[in-house]
Design a protein. Structure first.
Length: 103
């Protein structure tokens, strides 16, 4: 299988910034390590094919992959992976976190 290209939605990019900012308040080096590790995980998801857990109860074709304390929400096509959100596992996530205008 060919490696998929991936793209972060604007909200996912903002989520990464928020994750960095939150951790950097106490440890900037750790914040950079976490963001880098999330990016490695995203590349891994893109390379694996159809992976993650279906989240059709929130949105059609939505999937999620666990990474440490976070969930990476995404949609997969034959050639692309769209990262929609990167949220902490303790957040209350609903379909409202994935507006159709951004998908």
């Amino acid at each position: 299988m060919r490696r998929r290209r991936y793209r972060l939605s604007e909200r996912a990019a903002d989520d990464l910034t928020d994750i960095y900012d939150y951790i950097a308040k106490t440890n900037p080096k750790a914040a950079q390590r976490v963001v880098n590790a999330i990016q490695v995980k995203i590349r891994s998801i893109a390379a694996l094919g159809l992976t993650g857990t279906p989240k059709d109860d929130m949105k059609s074709d939505l999937r999620a992959a666990v990474f440490r304390n976070h969930l990476i929400y995404f949609r997969v096509t034959a050639s692309h992976l769209l990262i929609l959100r990167i949220l902490h596992g303790r957040q209350d996530v609903t379909s409202k976190n994935f507006p159709e205008s951004e998908i």
